[in-house]
Design a protein around this ligand. Sequence first.
Ligand code: ADP
Length: 229
Amino acid sequence: MIKLSNVSKVYPNGTQALKNVTVSIPDGDFVFIIGPNGAGKTTLTKLLLGEEKPTSGKIEVNGYDLNKIKHSKIPYYRRTMGFVFQDHRLFPNMTVFENVAFAMHVIGEPNKTVKQRVWKFLKYVSLDHRAHNYPRELSGGEQRRVALARALVNNPKIVVADEPTSNSDPVMSVEMMELLKKINDLGKTVIVISHDIKMVNYYHKRVLTLTDGLLTDDHKKAGGDENED
Ligand code: ADP
C-alpha cells in the first residue's frame, strides 16, 4: 500500500517539484505515472526510494512512515520494493547471474537460497541461457530484463519500473510489458513510469498524470484490460 497525503517537495534552490499530491495505490494495483519532462516523476520515485524526504505531507509505503523512518531502517524498507532503473544500474564487471545474486548476497541470504532464486528469476525473464554473460554482451532489452530479475529476487511487494520501454523496439516493449503484467498477476503492485502514451493507452490501466508537480488526473480507462488482450 502506498499512501501520499498532501505531499510537496521543494528543492533547496526553491524549485517546487511536487505540489500537494494526495493519492493511494492499493496492494496489487497496476499504475502508470505519466507526465512531461520536469513534471515531478523522478522526484516521486526518489521519495518512494527514500532518497529524498518530502518538504511537507505524509508518505506511507508497506507499513513504513517515510517521514519518520530512521536511516538505519531504509535498507529494510527498500527490500519491500523492487526498482528497475532506466539505465539498468547493472554492474559491468559482474555476470548476469552475479548481478542478480548480488541483491541477495547483500542481505546475507545463504548461498543455496541465492542460487535457487537467481535461477528461478532468470528463467522467469527467459534469460537463464545468458547467466554467464556480462551485461555488455546483452541487448538493451535483455539488460532491462536482468534488472527486472534483480528487482524481483528478494520478493518485493511493489515493483517500480522507470521508462521500461524507452529505446525499445515494439517487440521488446510488448515483452517487457507482458512481464510486468505477469508480475502484477502474482499479486504485486506494479508502477510504471512512462512517456509512451500509445502503450499506456493500449493497456487500459490506472493512469496518474503529473503536470508541473500537480497530480492533474487519476483515471482508469473504461473497458478494462481483460477484454482487449
Ligand atoms: P520528471 O522526472 O518528471 O522529468 P523531475 O522530478 O526530475 O521531473 O523534476 C521536477 C522539477 O524539479 C523540475 O523542475 C526539475 O528541474 C526540478 N529538480 C529535480 N531534481 C532537482 C534537484 N535535485 N534540485 C533542484 N531541482 C530539481
